[in-house]
Write a new protein. Sequence first.
Length: 125
Amino acid sequence: MDLSIDVDKRRQEELRTVREIIKIYCHGHKHLREAECELCPECQKMADYALGKLEKCPRMDIKTFCSVCPIHCYGKEEAAKIREIMAFGGPRMLWYHPWMTLRHIFIEWRTRHGWRKKEAVVRHK
């Protein structure tokens, strides 16, 4: 049984998750947004940066999250900012997007218990 998720589908889920966490951060800090915009200019810039990195990620088929990836593709300032955003928005995801949060917890659990390694082996056979 192949437990793997299609890489494109996983990439889209990660893009959506990151975008939602940044939105929670932006709204939670009451940043000034223009009418019809979900994010303030600073958060939009960070979202564009993060989403661009995810779009180009060469390890999407085997990695779980950017925080545990051995390739550090973020610049120092951007890495510090995304850690701040994740620390604020991550725990609040449970209230805004419970299913997305449970999916994240499940993926982390699979990683800790060795399922991700098994999936990678099955996928590359």
